[in-house]
Design a protein. Structure first.
Length: 202
């Protein structure tokens, strides 16, 4: 892997990214409560296999991994995630339309970025895309709220490990703890979901 490079956002945050290999470029955006190193370390996805014969562009979302962030809800809206992604493309010098994969929050970042600047993207792979907070199924919204409460109880590191160790099941979690995202997240929603954690009853 190449050493990190950073780009400064319009609001002063630093987004860390890496571009390894030779063109054509394929990109990947991780989900919430994760980072590039966490995805690799927990063996959640083999992101390096996305570009076996090309360049791989990965980055840490704001407030995750090596990227900075503020405790401001609006900073984590999907629109802001998309803006950060486009800033990374600019900084990395990606001029041609790119194939880009994203999981959970990363899927939302990629999709919103493609809506803002469709000419920047060739193909999208949306893995475990999040639901809208306002209009998503009730059981998924309840899971987000329960998961947020669980993270507050045991911390993000332990929660990520629980997620990685969880046995898949065929059902989504029901109700649990009562902490809600609605007072802490912006209007367009914020997923902390994943294919394994969404199937685990916390």
């Amino acid at each position: 892997m190449c050493a990190d490079t950073t780009v400064k956002t319009a609001d002063g945050q630093t987004i860390a990214y890496e571009l390894s290999g030779h063109r054509p470029v394929v990109g990947y955006a991780h989900g919430a409560l994760l980072s590039r190193s966490a995805v690799r370390g927990l063996d959640l996805f083999d992101i390096d296999a996305l570009a076996p014969n090309g360049a791989l562009l990965t980055y840490d979302q704001r407030g995750h991994g090596q990227s900075t962030g503020r405790p401001v809800a609006e900073d984590y809206c999907f629109e802001q995630a998309a803006s950060d992604l486009l800033a990374v493309l600019d900084a990395a010098g990606v001029d041609e339309p790119i194939d880009f994969a994203g999981s959970s929050l990363g899927a939302a970042a990629v999709l919103y970025a493609a809506l803002i600047a469709p000419e920047r993207f060739r193909r999208l792979a949306l893995l475990i895309p999040p639901v809208s907070w306002e209009t998503g199924p009730h059981h998924m919204r309840q899971w987000y709220a329960d998961a947020a409460d669980r993270v507050e109880q045991i911390g993000p590191t332990a929660w990520r490990q629980d997620w990685a160790d969880a046995e898949p099941s065929s059902t989504l979690p029901g109700t649990g703890h009562g902490s809600r995202f609605s007072s802490r997240r912006c209007g367009s929603g914020f997923s902390i979901g994943s294919c394994r954690s969404a199937r685990k009853r916390l």
